[in-house]
Unconditional design. Structure first.
Length: 251
């Protein structure tokens, strides 16, 4: 099989997953966008968290041209991305009890805010505890996960529960367990993960829904423009000044 055919198979797999979440998660996407709009309209703040590669989708909706300026990244040191050394430490920290609670208590998050938690498996202690602690503090929680993991893997949280069990809204990415779309007789391990593509698209669909919901209420969505277009910096400066008390990535 040529490498070109493998590339085509990956695109087909990714497109298939995108079509599936578009069709089967439509109600949850609408509800999540509405909940974000409700939070913005009520004066609340927005936060996003993901560990390891799940953090890529979280970072994709923070300080982003065309995105809501109010979305802030909730950072857990050593966990966001794969920049910690050694990289395996990040995976280990996801299993540490108590870390999520300490991070939340030290963050600006408060009752009335909203937190998006992204975890492909939803089984590790960190995302489960993050959701539990956030709701205890009075935050609304949107979870983005693959529900398939709840039936095919064992929870690593003491409660035996998963991220999906502690959310106001659950967005199912539909990613198969193992996060690899392709197999080949001459390659022992499955390969070509699609979770970042699908999860990012899913969240951008939610953010688009939120912007539309705000506009429908007569509220100008606090969107950022690209700094690489004329007038972009001036636009962003105005938005950040107006909403400065709800934006924390500048501080």
């Amino acid at each position: 099989m040529s490498e070109g055919k493998l590339a085509g198979q990956f695109f087909d797999a990714a497109i298939g997953l995108l079509q599936q979440v578009r069709d089967e998660d439509a109600g949850e996407i609408e509800a999540a966008g509405t909940l974000i709009a409700d939070t913005v309209a009520a004066g609340g703040r927005l936060f996003a968290f993901g560990a390891g590669h799940s953090s890529l989708a979280a970072q994709d909706i923070v300080y982003r041209a065309g995105g809501l300026a109010l979305m802030n990244l909730l950072v857990v040191p050593g966990v966001v991305g794969v920049d910690v050394m050694p990289a395996t430490l990040g995976s280990a920290l996801e299993r540490v009890d108590g870390l999520a609670t300490v991070v939340l208590e030290s963050s600006p998050a408060r009752s009335g805010d909203l937190l998006v938690i992204i975890s492909l498996s939803g089984r590790n202690a960190l995302p489960v505890e993050m959701a539990m602690s956030a709701r205890a503090l009075g935050l609304k929680v949107i979870g983005v996960t693959s529900v398939a993991y709840t039936t095919e893997t064992k929870s690593r949280h003491a409660s035996g529960t998963y991220l999906k069990d502690h959310c106001d809204i659950v967005l199912d990415s539909r990613i198969p367990v193992g996060d690899a779309e392709l197999t080949l007789d001459t390659i022992e391990a499955p390969f070509a993960p699609a979770s970042t593509v699908v999860t990012s698209a899913l969240l951008q669909a939610v953010m688009a829904t939120a912007a539309g919901a705000l506009a429908a209420r007569g509220i100008e969505p606090p969107l950022l423009r690209s700094g690489n277009v004329d007038g972009g910096h001036e636009w962003n400066s105005r938005v950040m000044t107006e909403y400065g008390d709800r934006i924390f990535y500048q501080q």
